[in-house]
Design a protein around this ligand. Structure first.
Ligand code: SAM
Length: 254
């Protein structure tokens, strides 16, 4: 989340583009968040903003078999992976892929029954994202998003230092609930992502990828530093994961 030196980016992309998803989450969590919101229309229209390679887009399409999903991300190679994934699951007719900016989504007002965003709201901040996306909701529409949160108020210095560098705005759940209210929304439910949601589709494949690339780039000091930085994030989580997580928030306009 912090800006990295330019020479690290090719390695970061090589690692993250290949993963099942680019942040924590799981099908079970998506289903749980869906169950917290009001009933959707028979054929809901959904936006998935900051969709990455679309791990959760495909899950949503399966969980809501009559939905149509507009999936948007700014990074084209991730969208190519989503397109391939949708094709492989014969979901290409229900998932439309858009390259664009989640801060200026290219959709008409009142287009969506549900706006979904996992691990991407931090790009805008919760207040800004909610205010920006509200006009896109149809009457009765709602928003489900995940956001990094402190779970405990006493994180060890190493965990605090890591997140203060990576995401200084990170707050706890009560502070996020206050931010949501202040932005003019009602929270319908929220829950922290369980530990497994960090590992199965994210940190385990991430560590495996780092291991492969460490060997491939054995003589490249910049690549080795970039890979060590990525591994450091995983190590911090392995040690201090009980102090922070992402949380799902399901909200609707008041
Ligand atoms: N939702 C995916 C998941 O959970 O696997 C991806 C999460 S990843 C941590 C954040 C995503 O936000 C990346 O795919 C990145 O390309 C995208 N992103 C960052 N800034 C963006 C912007 N302004 N507009 C659209 N997408 C953006």
């Amino acid at each position: 989340m912090t800006p990295k030196p330019d020479c690290y980016w090719p390695i970061f992309l090589e690692v993250f583009e290949a993963l099942p998803r680019q942040g924590p989450g799981s099908r079970e969590c998506a289903a749980r968040a869906l169950a917290l919101g009001p009933a959707l229309p028979a054929e809901p229209r959904i936006a998935d903003l900051g969709c990455g390679s679309g791990g959760q887009t495909l899950q949503l399409a399966e969980l809501l078999p009559h939905s149509t999903i507009d999936a948007l991300d700014s990074h084209a190679p991730l969208l190519e992976r989503l397109k391939a994934g949708a094709l492989a699951k014969s979901l290409q007719h229900r998932i439309r892929v858009h390259r664009g900016d989640m801060d200026a989504p290219p959709f008409a007002d009142q287009s969506f029954d549900l706006i979904w965003s996992e691990g991407a709201v931090y790009n805008l901040g919760v207040t800004h994202a909610l205010r920006r996306w509200r006009p896109l909701l149809r009457p009765g529409g709602w928003i489900a998003f995940t956001e990094a949160v402190w779970l405990r108020g006493d994180p060890p210095p190493a965990a605090r230092a890591f997140w203060e560098a990576e995401y200084p705005r990170m707050a706890d759940v009560p502070a996020n609930l206050a931010i949501i209210t202040e932005a003019g929304f009602e929270t319908l439910g929220h829950f922290p992502l369980p530990a497994e949601a960090w590992w199965s589709d994210f940190y385990r494949p991430l560590e495996a990828r780092v291991g492969v690339l460490k060997k491939e780039y054995a003589g490249d000091p910049a690549a080795q530093t970039a890979l060590s930085l990525i591994q450091h994030e995983v190590d911090i989580h392995r040690r201090y994961g009980e102090y922070y997580s992402y949380a799902f928030f399901v909200v609707r306009p008041r």
